[in-house]
Design a protein around this ligand. Structure first.
Ligand code: SAH
Length: 219
């Protein structure tokens, strides 16, 4: 048995190294982000039947018509979030299985995450316990409304695409803070980086992306 476990460990170490090289080739530069992708066990977030593909650079199904994000997208959004240094508090919308949340929890003091599907909230909590992440707080709710009681946030990362930027998220961003959000209809969304300044908001497009839609209300 122990031998089997070692075998899996070695295979996944090789595939993790390969994933990190791919992300580097695709333009991810932050050493911190690349190390986090290398050291975060993505296989524990997905069904065992898909475990052999855990370190492929693709989105994978997690049930409920949802996916665990593509590692490149997670790395790209995380890197964009770090443009102004390490945030103290982060709000994530769309916890899913919690992979991105765990990566954020290694960079920020506290991570607050909102998910509309209750079963995923429970699954994510189990994953956080298994990885001993104690600075993550998850809530079942509608991410369009943010998490007002915990605002303002130094950074907000949204993992599902609304048709327009929800006003509550702009309001809950601290001055100097940054919001990373995909915006647009299905299959063709722009990934925006929005910085709150003393005068207002500065917006920049990072990329074209394809996220699951952000749905109104709770699941
Ligand atoms: N962050 C995840 C990916 C999540 S996929 C990862 O690391 O892989 C997007 C998630 O957003 C889904 O779980 C979906 O249920 C959730 N979602 C969609 N609309 C939402 C809303 N209005 N509020 C909160 N979560 C929402």
């Amino acid at each position: 048995m122990a031998g089997d476990f070692r075998g899996i460990g070695m295979t996944s170490q090789r595939s993790r190294d390969r994933l990190v090289s791919q992300l580097r080739e695709m333009g991810i530069q932050s050493k911190k982000v690349l190390e986090l992708v290398r050291n975060t066990p993505r296989h524990i977030f997905i069904d065992e039947a898909l475990a052999s593909r855990a370190y492929d650079n693709t989105a994978l199904p997690i049930g409920f018509n949802q996916t665990i994000s593509q590692p490149y997208i997670v790395a790209c959004m995380t890197e964009a979030l770090l443009a102004d240094g390490l945030p103290e508090t982060v709000l994530e919308i769309g916890t899913g299985c919690g992979y991105q949340t765990v990566i954020l929890s290694k960079l920020a003091k506290k991570v607050y995450s909102v998910e509309r599907i209750e079963a995923l909230v429970h699954r994510a909590r189990q994953n956080f316990r298994a990885l001993d992440c104690r600075n993550i707080f998850v809530r079942h709710g509608d991410g369009n409304l943010g998490w007002m009681e915990r605002a303002p946030f130094d950074a907000i990362l949204v993992a599902a695409a609304p048709l327009g930027v929800p006003p509550a998220l702009l309001e809950q961003l601290a001055s100097g803070g940054r919001l990373i959000i995909p915006v647009g209809g299905s299959g063709h969304q722009e990934l925006l980086s929005i910085r709150r300044t003393a005068e207002g908001y500065e917006e920049r497009r990072l990329d074209w992306v394809s996220f699951v839609p952000m749905i109104e209300g709770m699941g």
